[in-house]
Design a protein. Structure first.
Length: 396
């Protein structure tokens, strides 16, 4: 327990090799997911899927993630995140090509299940590795790691449409795979090694019986439901209920994404200055204010401003929950993180359809007005964020 307040922490430098490596891993994972988005229309057309059938296929992605995440957590507990992130990253590489050449619905479903599984498993491993790097550097890096994921998603989705129009879908998949190989190869020799010492007894990899990781999982879940709501339904709300043009309705998501990415790059400095608890509370207040502004807005412009405010708030809430999950006393980081990521992402999986169903009956404005209740619960649990500072900071 040498976490008490010395000021030796900062000696590790600001951007070490291990930090560069984990940032590249987040970039690669986000890039791969971003590359999938522009492929969806062609995938549906090739396999002759209706909207409902496409929804079921995309569910395979989510189920794959939820199945593989706890398995990754158990492997990280026994072997360390370095080997698991290398294996899952390597297995993820051929996924885009597999999705592009899948000849029928069955192979498409299997390819999507494995794609979701490897994305999710790598997600757990890279978050566990980021926690280990945070501890070694004794400074917060989680928010910027998630910023690199957002950046990767942005590059992947922006590049996707351009490459598909120029090269066709297979050419796009091949170029995207080569770029992913380059990201992984650059990170490979620098990935931080956190393997358990041989003299240590083998860790217990079962699901934890203590309440703390599950409470942090609820925090992550209630942060990610509003995030999913803005991403999936923000444009439709602006278009249908506030009369925005097609162009303007896209700005809601753009404003949210932009403020989220910017704040994630700055979030670690804020957290180092204020501590995780204060940062989480401030972020939650911003998110609540933004969501209420969007839901009560008389026109699209103010709603877009509300979504931008919401992005400022939500940006650093999930990274803090993940950092806390990786620092639970007496629990392997991989296990804590797998619980929190699985619960958080299950919210992103289930929430969109539930929100769509509710909005059909009461409208998007009413749904967006109810979502701050979830954020109030995050505020009530915010003291748990103190575990995120268990990385050598002086007490905040």
């Amino acid at each position: 327990m040498k976490r008490v307040g010395t000021v030796q922490p900062e000696k590790s430098g600001f951007f070490t090799k291990s930090r560069a490596a984990v940032s590249l891993l987040f970039l690669m994972n986000g890039f791969t997911v971003g590359c999938w988005a522009p492929k969806i229309p062609e995938f549906a057309e090739r396999l002759q899927l209706s909207k409902f059938e496409l929804g079921l296929m995309i569910l395979c992605f989510g189920i794959g993630s939820l199945v593989m995440m706890p398995i990754a957590g158990a492997q990280i507990a026994g072997r360390g995140s370095k080997i698991v992130v290398k294996v899952t990253g390597g297995l993820l590489l051929p996924s885009l090509i597999a999705l592009t050449i899948a000849p029928n619905v069955l192979t498409g479903a299997v390819a999507l299940f494995l794609f979701g599984g490897f994305v999710g498993a790598m997600d757990v491993a890279m978050n566990a590795n980021a926690v280990a790097v945070e501890k070694s550097m004794r400074r917060a890096i989680m928010s910027s790691c998630h910023a690199f994921w957002s950046l990767g998603g942005l590059i992947g989705s922006a590049l996707g449409g351009f490459l598909i129009s120029r090269l066709n879908v297979l050419g796009h998949a091949e170029v995207a795979t080569v770029l992913s190989v380059i990201f992984l190869a650059a990170a490979w020799p620098m990935i931080f090694s956190d393997q358990p010492h041989p003299s240590e007894k083998k860790p217990n990899a079962r699901l934890p019986l203590i309440a703390l990781p599950w409470l942090l999982g609820i925090m992550a879940l209630f942060c990610m439901v509003p995030e999913g709501a803005v991403l999936d339904w923000g444009a439709l709300y602006l278009r249908q209920e506030l009369g925005a043009s097609v162009t303007l309705s896209g700005f809601g998501f753009a404003a949210f994404s932009l403020t989220m990415a910017v704040m994630r790059f700055g979030g670690d400095l804020i957290r180092d200055r204020l501590g995780a608890v204060k940062t989480l509370r401030l972020s939650t207040v911003f998110a609540i204010a933004g969501m209420l502004m969007a839901s009560l807005s008389p026109d699209a412009a103010i709603a877009i401003l509300g979504f931008a405010l919401c992005g400022i708030g939500i940006s650093n809430m999930v990274p803090i929950a993940f950092s806390a999950a990786g620092n639970i006393p007496g629990l392997q980081p991989g296990i804590g993180i797998s619980v929190v990521t699985t619960m958080g992402y299950s919210g992103m999986l289930v929430a969109p359809s539930a929100i769509g169903f509710a909005a059909e009956h009461i409208g998007f404005a009413a749904v967006f007005m109810v979502l701050p209740v979830l954020l109030l619960i995050v505020l009530a649990l915010s003291n748990l964020a103190r575990y995120a500072d268990g990385i050598g900071h002086s007490a905040h």
